[in-house]
Design a protein around this ligand. Structure first.
Ligand code: TRP
Length: 442
């Protein structure tokens, strides 16, 4: 193992950091509104199905590739096999820029909502008022950009300090706190009068409504939510020592991530129905419904503020993993200092996010196929780039690098009971399934 590379201090520290990458706005903001738009229970089943087959296998592939090579995604592919495979790593670095640009815009909203809760601006259960407040905020040309900038500055500051101090410590303290708060909110939401309609919507599938779009979104979201398909888990794996059992770690991270997504569904969807809101309302769902839930609990202002702060932290720990892919690449391959790498990439990402934010207000007239810039960025990244990256990572692990990432004495997986099944999934099942879904989605 290289001495000068940062490493995670403990096994638990790593699992929390990787779970910190996986758990973020994807689980708490995106999953509930996607489930709301895509038939509730059907989406839940498809999503969990993808997570525990394709998702889990690719998670293990990425971690193993990272730990064996101790490199950023570009360097990792190059180390295992010279040639065109390096392009997969490069695509990952590119996807990191892309995703973080709009992710940071939403991350900014969570900060804004923490302030708004603290100053009592959201203290109402009137869903119309909350809807207007949200719409007014995101369409403002200036305010969301200030929070987007704040979000990127904090992300850069944490990444500047390096992997072990900055990332691991933050996750270890704050992730458990977020978990407890979500649990409390689930209970409140599930006990609201009228919540049962939402519970039925989320748990009783109506397979007659299944559509191609649902399948594509569920697959795309499985990748997004687990941070897969662009090398984030390769990068985190590269900071891992060979004491950790990789299949266990992969299972832990995958399970924690989907537990939080399901809990977020229970936190939002019953409340949506209880307050008579439209489950297909899209990206505003969480931001509009949650304040109404807070208005129904004692100390709602306090807990609302705390919740949005913790959500911002969850978003930050995910953002860190996105920018870390870019930063690790610039450090390893382009020999930039960590400081320069973080500042240069962070400011570029900020600028790239500006059109996404403006497309929710003054630039909303610009659309392609009915999608504004924000939706286009999200669609290209989640439904195309990540699954495409997943195909190549699976093929690479199954066909090219398998012996090395299994047996390497320094960083390989070593003994793994399900190795041959895992290899079959990587070689055939995952690439074929993803390809079919990707192509039918276009
Ligand atoms: N998984 C994170 C979330 O659910 C987002 C994220 C972090 C991500 N790193 C990633 C998505 C890498 C795709 C690829 O919020």
């Amino acid at each position: 193992m290289e001495k000068n590379r940062g490493h995670f201090g403990t096994r638990l520290g790593f699992i929390l950091a990787a779970a910190g990458s996986a758990i973020g706005l994807g689980n708490i903001w995106k999953f509930p509104y996607l489930a709301g738009e895509n038939g509730g229970a059907v989406f839940l089943i498809l999503y969990l199905g993808f997570v525990f087959t394709i998702g889990l296998s690719i998670m293990l592939a990425e971690l193993a590739i990272g730990r064996t090579t101790q490199r950023n995604p570009v360097g990792a592919f190059k180390t295992l096999k010279r040639g065109p495979w390096t392009a997969v790593g490069a695509m990952g670095v590119f996807a990191g820029f892309f995703i973080l640009s709009f992710y940071s815009v939403v991350g900014g909203w969570t900060f804004a909502y923490a302030f708004k809760s603290a100053t009592g601006l959201l203290a109402t259960q009137d869903i119309k008022i909350l809807g207007n407040a949200f719409g007014g905020f995101i369409s403002n040309p200036i305010e969301p950009l200030i929070y987007h900038a704040l979000f990127m500055v904090i992300t850069i500051t944490i990444v500047l300090r390096g992997v072990d101090i900055g990332i691991e410590r933050t996750c270890r303290i704050l992730m458990p706190l977020l978990f407890i708060l979500i649990l409390v909110l689930c209970i409140r939401s599930l006990t609201l009068p009228g919540a049962d309609v939402g519970i039925t919507f989320f748990l009783e599938p109506d397979f007659s409504k299944i559509s191609g779009t649902m399948i594509t979104s569920a697959l795309g979201h499985a990748f997004f939510s687990l941070s897969l398909g662009m090398g984030a888990m390769i990068t985190y794996g590269s900071y891992l020592s060979n004491k950790v059992n990789l299949p266990h770690a992969a299972l832990w991270v995958t399970s924690l991530d989907s537990i939080i997504a399901v809990m977020a569904g229970f936190m939002i969807l019953p409340a949506v129905f209880a307050f008579g809101y439209d489950p297909a309302a899209g990206p505003g769902l969480t931001f509009i419904t949650l304040p109404a839930v807070f208005s129904q609990i004692p100390g709602g202002m306090f807990f609302g503020t705390l919740f949005f702060i913790l959500l911002a932290v969850a978003a930050l720990t995910s953002a860190i993993s996105l920018i870390e892919v870019v930063v690790a690449y610039l450090i390893d391959e382009k020999k930039l200092s960590r400081t320069r790498a973080a500042i240069v990439s962070g400011s570029t990402i900020f600028l790239l996010g500006v059109p996404s934010s403006l497309s929710l207000g003054i630039w909303s007239d610009f659309t392609i196929a009915g999608k504004n810039i924000f939706d286009i960025m999200d669609y290209l990244a989640s439904n195309i780039m990540l699954p495409a990256g997943g195909i190549f990572i699976a093929l690479f692990a199954g066909w090219v690098a398998f012996p090395k990432i299994m047996n390497d004495s320094e960083g390989g997986i070593q003994d793994f009971r399900w190795a041959s099944i895992w290899q079959i999934i990587c070689r055939y099942i995952a690439p074929a399934a993803i390809a079919v879904i990707l192509i039918s989605g276009l």
